[in-house]
Design a protein around this ligand. Structure first.
Ligand SMILES: Cc1ncc(COP(=O)(O)O)c(C=O)c1O
Length: 512
């Protein structure tokens, strides 16, 4: 049943960037003068060569102006609260309580370089969370240094090198096997670590055949790096045989567990035979997004790979916690200190709030929600799903194709994306490269959204598909109700136009 669609129009402010606001001398906060002892310490510790000659060119604003500026910006976005069903790796709501927990001074005001005796609380949380992941995966140890999923894949690629080098086999083991539907970070990081990459194509069941894997495996195989279920929600039921085939040839097996949500508490990577795995704390575990830097790709491995892990490891002895830096075979750090510890604390807080039962319910709910959504989405004329011949239910997401809609109306998924946001819902995420399925979308409801929200999102898509037939121009020229309309992205590829800092922008503008 189609209900009333949300009525929405974003606020439109002609808002300058913050660096263009304010006036010299305006203040929101006056920092007190440092005490003489502190001043003397700073003078002694900071060599003259690194001291600024002039204050930084920061905008000078009152507190009120700062608040107003960010309120205006917030009013012009959906703020990830417009019902976002971003598929391919579970973008979740970040509960506010987790922000409160990490803002506590015991965490926010400590530094990882402090003496360990003064870091007992935070070390305990990191250690406890590691034990939770060990339970969920069956792995022996975890590290939280990688700043995202791709960083964790890179950690594995480096550990693969170190492991085979330690056995005198690195020169021979030059190949990493992956699949076309595994996230490209596996292939990319294997190549970055110096391996040749073999990418297996899909078979008729939506995953590569076991025969194709066996044909690729040889004594040159260094590792298999694979995601399961893949970004189409298809689970490879032969995965144990895959792992066995790679192990028989002496290779390692790495499990990209970014799509863990639907199988949480139901399968353990180690029990499937994997040597190592990766979880996204910024996705499955409800931490804030931001791959590749401000996030955490938790990397776990079995006993035989522990010597190669980045150090330090957090150890517990008689109720006290410490950092073990001793790792002569370690690959070294993949980032500073122990990684983004606040994200670890948020993930810990989320897991403790749910408990073991709650995690299982979340997994089951995410699968039920997806299958409910699949039933309704396939009722929309022109919406089909990938590999319809597969009888098994998809897990936490399903890949659909809007190819028929495009053929009948000329409207493609980007147009539909632009039009959906006019109804105040977040449009589907389209990072589905390579587009094996034409005009793909992969909404993923997870466990969070209510049935009404899921229904609203589906109703919006149905309405936009109908509009594509009735008034294609309205869809092609969308968005109409957003603060800005279609963005001209051509400058993104032009180094004369883009600038990554305000100073670079001013320099380029002056030169132009
Ligand atoms: C299945 C899968 N693996 C790995 C990644 C890479 O993770 P990150 O963006 O945190 O580097 C993603 C991200 O989209 C993903 O979907």
């Amino acid at each position: 049943m189609t209900r009333d669609l949300p009525r929405y129009h974003a606020a439109v402010w002609d808002e300058p960037v913050v660096l263009e606001l304010g006036r010299p001398g305006r203040r929101g906060f006056l920092a007190p003068e440092p005490e003489p002892d502190v001043r003397a310490d700073v003078d002694a510790l900071l060599p003259p060569g690194v001291r600024r000659e002039a204050p930084p060119a920061l905008p000078e604003l009152s507190e009120f102006e700062v608040q107003r500026h960010y309120l205006h910006l917030a009013q012009m976005t959906l703020g990830m609260m417009g019902i976002n069903l971003f598929g391919t790796c579970t973008m979740k709501y970040n509960p506010r309580v987790n922000e409160r927990v990490t803002a506590r001074p015991e965490l926010a005001e400590v530094h990882p370089g402090q003496p360990e005796e003064t870091l007992q609380g935070v070390l305990e949380v990191v250690h406890r969370f590691e034990r939770i992941l060990r339970e969920l995966s069956g792995m022996e140890r975890f590290v939280f240094q990688p700043g995202g999923g791709a960083d964790a894949a890179y950690t594995h690629a480096c550990i693969t090198r170190a492991y085979h080098a330690s056995r005198g086999e690195l020169e021979r083991r030059t190949e990493v096997i992956t699949t076309i539907q595994t996230h490209p970070c596996s292939a990319a990081t294997a190549a970055a670590a110096g391996f040749d990459v073999i990418t297996l194509p899909l078979g008729p069941d939506g995953y590569p055949t076991l025969e194709s894997l066996k044909a690729a495996v040889s004594d040159r195989t260094a590792a298999l790096m694979v995601g399961n279920p893949d970004d189409m929600g298809i689970y490879n039921p032969e995965i144990k045989q895959w792992v066995e085939a790679v192990h028989e040839a002496g290779g390692l097996c790495f499990y990209d567990h970014a799509n863990f949500n639907g199988v949480m508490t139901r399968i353990r990577a180690r029990e499937l035979g994997f040597d190592a795995c990766m979880y996204m704390l910024h996705k499955t575990f409800a931490g804030p997004k931001g791959g590749g830097g401000p996030a955490v790709g938790a990397y776990g491995c079995a006993e035989h790979l522990v010597p190669f892990l980045p150090r330090p490891l957090v150890e517990e002895r008689d109720g006290r916690y410490g950092l073990d830096h001793d790792g002569p075979q370690s690959i070294g750090r993949v980032r500073e200190y122990w990684g983004n510890v606040p994200v670890v604390v948020k993930a810990y807080s989320w897991v403790r709030a749910l408990g073991a039962e709650g995690l299982r319910q979340a997994a089951d709910l995410s699968v039920i929600a997806n299958n409910y959504m699949e039933t309704r989405l396939l009722e929309i004329p022109g919406v089909t799903k990938s590999h319809p011949q597969i009888a098994a239910h998809r897990l936490e997401m399903t890949r659909y194709s809007l190819e028929q809609v495009t053929e009948e109306t000329g409207i493609d998924v980007h147009d539909i994306q632009n039009r959906m946001v006019d109804y105040g819902v977040d449009a589907p995420w389209l990072a589905h490269e390579p587009w094996l399925i034409p005009q793909p979308i992969t909404p993923e409801p997870g466990e969070l959204w209510s049935k009404e929200d899921i229904d609203t999102w589906i109703d919006v898509l149905a309405a936009v598909v109908q509009e594509a037939h009735d008034d294609p121009e309205r869809v092609r020229t969308a968005p109409h109700n957003q603060a800005i309309h279609q963005v001209d992205a051509s400058g993104v590829d032009d180094p004369d136009q883009w600038a990554t800092t305000w100073r670079a922008h001013l320099r380029k503008r002056a030169a132009a």
